[in-house]
Write a protein that binds this ligand. Structure first.
Ligand code: SF4
Length: 463
């Protein structure tokens, strides 16, 4: 057991006092949760001067707000470097040292987080503990097995991060919290297998929306409805599309938040007109979805809502989508991925072109706009790019988003193709770089991709 004497505080704010009593001594931690800046590199730009293909991620850091929601009794704040690029610099020059800094990261942010961790460890005489969680930590925890990282949190972290923080505040060095890896030389690179359950959601504790309130004007969804607030309705997915990392966050389970928690969070966002449900398969539990729509209507919440939905869910439940439209659903995001059944089967998408087209017709008839995700495979040739453009032109898709097939470490696709990767630097895993060999030359491939994007922009402007 290590004595973390620097975690012990003599004076604590009154609001923390009630929840922070342990062994007769009041202990709590000062925690800073950091959302990385927009980062990642662009090969089309670096090699061919094509500047139009950078991915920019927008929106509030809901994962951190959710984690913060379960840290009652500790001092916690969020620095969103996508909204405040100087936030880390300001933190390092504050004069006081937090006890723990926690990062979240998707794959293209992993190297940036490691670089920031190095900077932090050098900046303080007694550096804070560094903890990394989020998508990349969950699918590829061994990547963060480095001297500047102290703990990796794998999968759903709202409960396990709380247990970690409490143990550290108690002066313990925990070894056996499910989903938490202690990083040390010779330590484990992957967590022992664990089960996830609704208890991991701790959904009686709401997200700390207040911690990013100062950036609220920056969280917008252009083209749909301006200022947007994020709400989580569920975690995980029972499907296993080969390219997707979502199922690994919950061990392949689909865990719904309670209807009460979802309604509470929508109402916490007060007058924000647009609500984005951020889980990747919002109507994965049709029974919950039905109850939720009725409750929203009953309460007269009058919000515009955007959600992700599978095409087969739309086809199997058109009346549910109709009711949701009445409840405020104005747009859905659908991963069509491909326009060819053979390629869809290769991805294990468990859908078909016929179902995708049927879903588009149902949604058009109801009046729900569609944001359509497509995946450009590295073996695309001229005819494939042309075929995709023709399909989108002929379809009622308000916002088509084509990205390049990218094997994210930890996914089935990665295990299948790891031997063929041309680029392993995760800075390029932005879904806008070809990290696998392409059938066309890279210049032809990126030029056609860029032309497709320009063509689709005209399409968006006309829709
Ligand atoms: S792409 Fe969608 S349906 Fe497929 S595994 Fe991921 S979340 Fe589930």
């Amino acid at each position: 057991m290590v004595c973390l004497h620097f975690l012990m505080k003599e004076k604590i704010p009154p609001s923390f006092a009630a929840a922070g009593k342990k062994r007769g001594v009041v202990l709590y931690m000062q925690i800073v949760l950091v959302n990385p800046p927009n980062c990642g590199r662009s090969l089309p730009e670096e090699e061919f001067g094509i500047t139009s293909l950078k991915m920019i991620f927008r929106g509030e850091p809901l994962a951190l707000e959710v984690i913060a929601g379960n840290l009652t009794g500790h001092g916690v704040r969020i620095i969103d470097l996508k909204a405040e690029p100087d936030g880390l610099h300001d933190l390092l020059n504050e004069g006081s040292t937090p006890d723990l800094i926690g990062f979240t990261a998707v794959t293209c942010e992993a190297n940036t987080v490691i670089r920031m961790a190095e900077k932090i460890k050098k900046a303080y005489a007694k550096p804070p503990l560094i903890v990394v969680g989020g998508h990349h930590a969950s699918t590829d925890p061994g990547y963060f097995h480095r001297p500047v990282i102290d703990y990796v949190v794998v999968g759903l972290g709202k409960l396990s991060f709380r247990l970690l923080v409490d143990a550290l505040a108690d002066g313990e060095e925990p070894e056996d919290i499910p989903g938490v890896l202690r990083v040390r030389p010779g330590g484990p690179l992957s967590p022992t297998k664990r089960l996830y359950d609704v208890i991991d959601l701790v959904d009686d504790q709401p997200p700390r929306y207040d911690l990013v309130q100062r950036h609220r004007d920056r969280y917008v969804m252009s083209g749909v409805g301006g200022k947007v607030g994020f709400v989580v309705t569920a975690f995980g997915c029972t499907h296993c599309c080969s390219f997707c990392s979502i199922p690994s966050l919950t061990g392949g389970r689909y865990l719904s938040q309670s209807v009460e928690a979802i309604l509470r969070d929508i109402q916490l966002l007060k007058d924000i007109p647009l609500i984005r449900f951020v889980d990747a398969n919002t109507f994965g539990d049709v029974a919950v979805a039905k109850v939720l729509a009725e409750k929203i209507l009953g309460l007269g919440l009058k919000k515009k809502i955007v959600a992700d939905v599978r095409a087969d869910t739309v086809v199997a439940n058109p009346d549910l989508l109709r009711r949701w439209h009445e409840a405020g659903l104005v747009a859905v995001v659908i991963g069509f991925e491909e326009i060819d059944d053979r390629r869809l089967a290769r991805m294990n998408k468990r859908s078909s072109l016929e179902k995708n087209v049927a879903a588009l017709h149902i949604l058009a008839e109801i009046g729900i706009r569609v944001v359509g995700d497509f995946i450009i495979a590295p073996d695309y040739d001229y005819a494939d790019f042309e075929g995709l453009a023709r399909f989108i032109d002929a379809s009622p898709i308000a916002l088509p988003i084509p990205s390049i097939l990218t094997p994210i470490p930890g996914t089935p696709l990665y295990r299948q193709l790891v031997g063929q990767l041309e680029i392993t630097d995760l800075d390029y895993y932005t879904f806008s770089n070809a990290v696998l060999p392409t059938r066309l030359t890279k210049k032809e491939f990126y030029t056609l991709y860029s032309d497709l994007m320009k063509h689709l922009h005209q399409h968006i402007n006309q829709s």
